[in-house]
Design a protein around this ligand. Structure first.
Ligand code: ZN
Length: 465
């Protein structure tokens, strides 16, 4: 059922532009599409509210923001979130992560984790996630089912990995051919789960080059083209991963992936800390982009991604939690981290060096608006999805934050906090205790409920995003 909702709105239409509306009336149709948005105090806003048969006024002190888009999340790593950050990437995978991920072949183990993951991310305001699922096809399909029943929006990828040296014998595809076939079947199964609603989509997912043979990578590139689906993989994450590709291919990771047909419009490359300028130009040409994972990168990547410079070159970019390489499920937490690490990149970190260009990289800092844009519209643009911003024509994926409650850490002070400061506090401090409502496609899917029931009775929605 269609409805209108009236609330203060804060969002970032561009990396350097914060839009604050005192109060806007938003009209949402029965498919979850925003059909009108007007200032509440204007004549159009008043008539929009008056004409609505299902109008909701959000109480004072609440702020509506676009739903958060997590462009990189490893679903099976959910149980080890917050731990296991003590060794380099190549050891971490074999020691901790592959043994855990292999357990998902047992669907009785997988299903409760998937349900908890989807509910947990929604509570943090993550309305869209781009998931690495499991190497196991049935477990991957079960994740798509959990996403569909939880009401989240997601891309779900079966993790293809067959390289005898880069994977353990107990967790790999039987052969390149088997890996390609399993991925093809996974695409059909996920499409069947979505049943045309346009909320759960498959994504071709070679784990990363060290875990994949050339035959598998080439086959997956062809599969993505044939099925017209997005691709995700890791790229030049750490010194080790970057050097691995130079040694194996005599070229960079991004160039090698392009040779296999894997750099396509909307391809999500996780991390990409060590991409060269030529790699960045190639990403722009292909329409591929980067999932920036600032917290994970601090542990595994040996460098800080120069976000401002790459976005300035035209590289598409979103934000990712990289659960569980990043120890927080919250994309807002990661937005805060993105600001923090950019400041460390700009100033440098070694006090024995002279302050200035010898210690840091001038002109690389970003602010909370930039980071929030990455977490919303930046990610949406990378994926080519009509989300990430509240405006007519886009989906009503939205999060309502209570800035006046005493439940969480977020506090606002009348006479001190301007709307711009409230926005900064939302980015840096809002947690599930402050989030009262979460909508995907106009359906209320999480939160304790200050949205006055908007979207409660909404149907399943229809039509692809
Ligand atoms: Zn990852």
């Amino acid at each position: 059922m269609s409805f209108t909702i009236s609330a203060p709105v804060m969002q970032a239409p561009a990396a350097d532009r914060l839009e604050i509306r005192d109060r806007a009336v938003i009209e949402v149709d029965d498919r979850g599409v925003i059909t009108a948005m007007e200032d509440a105090a204007s004549g159009q806003g008043r008539s929009l509210a008056a004409a609505s048969r299902d109008h909701h006024e959000v109480p004072a002190g609440h702020v509506l923001i676009p739903g958060l888009v997590d462009t990189h999340c490893h679903a099976p790593q959910w149980p080890q979130l917050g731990t296991r950050l003590d060794v380099p990437l190549e050891d971490w995978l074999f020691r901790y992560t592959f043994p855990l991920e292999a357990r998902y072949a047992d669907l009785d183990f997988a299903r409760p984790v998937w349900a908890d993951l989807v509910a947990g991310l929604l509570a943090h305001g993550t309305t869209t996630a781009v998931f690495y699922a499991s190497q196991d096809r049935a477990a991957t399909t079960a994740l798509a089912e959990a996403v569909a029943s939880g009401g989240q929006r997601a891309w779900v990828g079966r993790v293809a990995m067959d390289h005898p040296e880069g994977t353990p014998p107990y967790y790999r595809d039987a052969s390149a051919e088997d890996g390609i076939q399993q991925s093809a079947r996974s695409i059909s199964e996920i499409r069947a789960v979505d049943a045309g609603r346009g909320r759960v989509a498959p994504i071709v997912t070679p784990r990363f080059t060290p875990a994949c043979t050339d035959e598998l990578l080439r086959g997956l590139g062809a599969l993505a083209a044939a099925e017209d689906v997005l691709v995700q993989t890791h790229c030049s994450e750490s010194n080790w991963a970057h050097q691995y590709n130079l040694d194996r291919y005599g070229m960079t990771d991004a160039t090698a992936l392009d040779g296999f047909g894997l750099l396509r419009p909307g391809t999500v490359l996780a991390h990409a800390n060590h991409v060269t300028d030529a790699d960045a130009d190639l990403l722009v040409q292909r329409g591929s982009g980067i999932a920036h994972c600032p917290l994970s990168n601090a542990y595994f990547s040996n460098a800080v991604l120069p976000v401002r410079r790459l976005v300035g070159k035209g590289v598409r970019m979103g934000l990712g939690t990289d659960v569980s390489g990043g120890a927080s499920p919250s994309l807002l937490h990661n937005a805060h981290d993105a600001v923090t690490v950019s400041r460390m990149l700009e100033d440098g970190v070694d006090p024995t060096r002279t302050a200035g260009p010898d210690r840091g990289v001038p002109g690389t800092r970003i602010d909370t608006t930039f980071a929030f844009w990455l977490a919303t519209k930046g990610g949406a643009d990378l994926l080519g999805a009509p989300i990430g911003l509240l405006e007519p024509g886009r989906r009503f994926d939205a999060v309502l934050v209570d800035t006046a409650s005493r439940r969480g850490s977020l506090r606002t002070w009348p006479g001190i906090d301007t709307p711009e400061r409230v926005f900064e506090k939302v980015v840096r401090l809002a947690a599930p205790a402050d989030i009262t409502d979460v909508w995907v496609d106009g359906r209320r899917v999480a939160g304790s409920g200050a949205g006055e029931g908007a979207g409660e009775g909404a149907g399943e929605g229809a039509g692809p995003a």
